[in-house]
Design a protein. Sequence first.
Length: 124
Amino acid sequence: MEFIAVFVFTLLVTGLLAVVLYYTRNTRYRPTRRQILKLLRGVEARTTERAAWEMFIGYPLYYDPELDRIRQCCVEIEEGSDELPPASPGLNGYLYDRAGRERIAKLADELARLIEKEPVYREF
């Protein structure tokens, strides 16, 4: 009798877990261009946190090739490239030194131009 009770209880718990996993939504990192622009502008304004910055440069953005290209440029600033060394850490809450922030500002301006060019649509 105990075996049947344990079996039924385990079956219910497993079934409930399966239902919960089936109906819950997968979490994903899918920032918009405006969110990334805010992140890039925040590097200059000292409002971007290190964790948010590392999340941005650490995950490819396959859904937006232009945004992923900007992300790759930010990775080059972080890690360096053949032509340029990595940006030095900043002081007083800045992520990067002045030269690194200038390079990020250029990317932010480029992203702002991309945002201006993107088509506007409304859902009715």
